[in-house]
Design a protein around this ligand. Sequence first.
Ligand SMILES: Nc1ncnc2c1ncn2[C@@H]1O[C@H](COP(=O)(O)OP(=O)(O)OP(=O)(O)O)[C@@H](O)[C@H]1O
Length: 309
Amino acid sequence: MITLRGLTKRFGATTAVDALTVDIAPGRVTGFLGPNGAGKSTTMRMILGLDRPTAGEALIDGRPYRRLRHPLYEVGALLDATAIHPARSGRAHLLAMARSNGIPARRVDEVLATVGLDDRAAAKPGRTLSLGMGQRLGIAGALLGDPPVLMFDEPVNGLDPDGVRWVRQLMRSLARQGRTVFVSSHLMSEMQLTADQLVVIGRGRLLADAPIGDVVADSTRAVRVRSPHPDGLAALADRLAATGATVEAAGPDELTVNGVTVDRVGDLAYELGVRLHELSPQGASLERAFMELTAGSVEYAGAPGGDDR
Ligand SMILES: Nc1ncnc2c1ncn2[C@@H]1O[C@H](COP(=O)(O)OP(=O)(O)OP(=O)(O)O)[C@@H](O)[C@H]1O
């Protein structure tokens, strides 16, 4: 269990994390989402004792990181896959970690096998590792102490589709084993397949903490409209906009409409005599739910005095 209580971090005038209170429970994958600069990395860094909270606390199974007796046995993390010595091999990197934490050397072979790095890959110096191999090595490091709490910051960055699927299965199996799995990602479609629970933040503040199904179900569903008559489609778009719907041109013969039902769009098209080739409700997606949730938080990067890092 990871517990955040009023967790706050200020860097000068910037409030990176703002009074975050949330429990990240074991036995499920909790996705951590937010627009760029929302405060995800800073939150993860505070959980790991790498940044000091300005106020509040971050606890791992009830204790702050600095009070953990054997940190690697209690929490494993992948924050930055490039954080490996350029001249050191992956295996040497893991062996050094194991040795300094009283973990037997054979565990290094186990985790290398788990992440799919063979002897040759594990012997390569850090500077020659691809981003994907670096990610696998970082995940191996997180698993080294077999900890009940795991955190991964953007673990699928740089992985090919096979690698992405592999990370998804790994996260799910770690959660099934009863561990706390806290993972950030920018890939919404991937998160929709991986996470059970979502914690969404914007400008450092909590926007949502709910099962993923609830977050997605709360989002509005778009309606796709296609017509072979551009003028008719334009007239329909104007009419829909006048009724308060949000209308986007998705192509020369296609509209994406939000804020009205399919029936209403169909009725208006009929009234205007516009011939349609398609009128279909779109599936709810995490992508849309995320956009709606964070709509008020994304202009942050461009705001006067804002900091886009
Ligand atoms: N060491 C620092 N000094 C000053 N400001 C910082 C520092 N670290 C982070 N910030 C600022 O804090 C805010 C949150 O940054 P953070 O990196 O935690 O966001 P994030 O959600 O991880 O973003 P991204 O998705 O882009 O990685 C940003 O405005 C960032 O510029």
